[in-house]
Design a protein around this ligand. Sequence first.
Ligand code: ATP
Ligand code: MG
Length: 352
Amino acid sequence: MAKIELRRVAKSWGEVAAVEPTDLTIGDGEFVAILGPSGCGKSTTLFMLAGIYTPTGGDILFDGQRVNDVEARDRNVGIVFQSYALYPNMSVRDNILFPLRFKDVDKAAAAARADAAARLVQVHELMDRRPGQLSGGQQQRVALARALVKEPQLLLLDEPLSNLDASLRLTMRSEIRSLQRKLGVTTLLVTHDQIEATTMADRVICMSRGRIEQVGTAEDLYHRPNSVFVAGFIGSPPINLLACSVDAGTLRVGEAKLRATGGAGECVLGVRPESVALGTGPFRGRVGDLEPHGRETIYHLETALGPLRALEAGASARFRLGDEVSFAISATLLFDARTTRRIEGAGADMPA
Ligand SMILES: Nc1ncnc2c1ncn2[C@@H]1O[C@H](COP(=O)(O)OP(=O)(O)OP(=O)(O)O)[C@@H](O)[C@H]1O
Ligand SMILES: [Mg+2]
């Protein structure tokens, strides 16, 4: 296993900077996820670690050794691609054996390793089939076995679950996680699915436009987002973001005036839908729309502060379209509108 370091690593395609100079350390045996919207540079980062792309700046180190000029096949990296790309005309066995072709491993040893990798992900009974004769989840596991057969020091997973249905994705999520724990292999998962990232990884790297916005635990990103981007990207339904201004301790948002704790000038007030408690409280709103989700209901309220989404747990919706409801807000975040950075400790002091 390896400790991975990126030092000012960058990748441009002509004028287009896919990845801005980036610093990052992934601990030996750690499981990290890169999370971000389409086109933010996730796969590019992963391909640079794999040795498929050469960085246009900076250094990549595996256990302190610079590997920029080390070929992909010599990096001892296992990779599962975004489309997991099994060879359709080869059996499962030959697919799994494939990465060992370029290695100095004798036939019997290679067969034993392929068998062990197949057992690990439970496809050992399917070795003579072709990929077309497997379900999506089975193909996914074969792709994993192929990545693991080299006993890699780094496992790279690029949206490995994107082609699976919801229930299979759930199963594979925990299977990959427990396999990673068992093997202790340093792992980087790329995904645009926040649940996948936060449930599987020890730490999440939130990326936007070729830049790391924040690195932290699920807890950090949710409760202490660095920026409006992270706040808006993490959490479902998404956080309410309301333009506001702060002047001499007064926060004006919509038609409401509140007491501000910190902040000055143009700001953005963040209110998580689950921080809006319906039923009683100092504010009033009208239910403009509601989405029943079975175990919870999302209300779209028209309020003096502005439009607010509220999330309420419970099997059935307590309020109906057009109802006037009182509500309280338990917690807020405050961001500087110009820099989009969060202002530590700042928010609106809510009346009881
Ligand atoms: N070979 C290439 N030539 C030119 N531009 C590229 C190339 N590969 C990627 N890019 C650009 O670099 C940026 C980052 O691409 P990348 O594939 O890393 O995104 P991503 O975060 O993996 O997105 P997705 O979630 O859609 O897979 C994009 O703007 C993309 O268009
Ligand atoms: Mg990608």
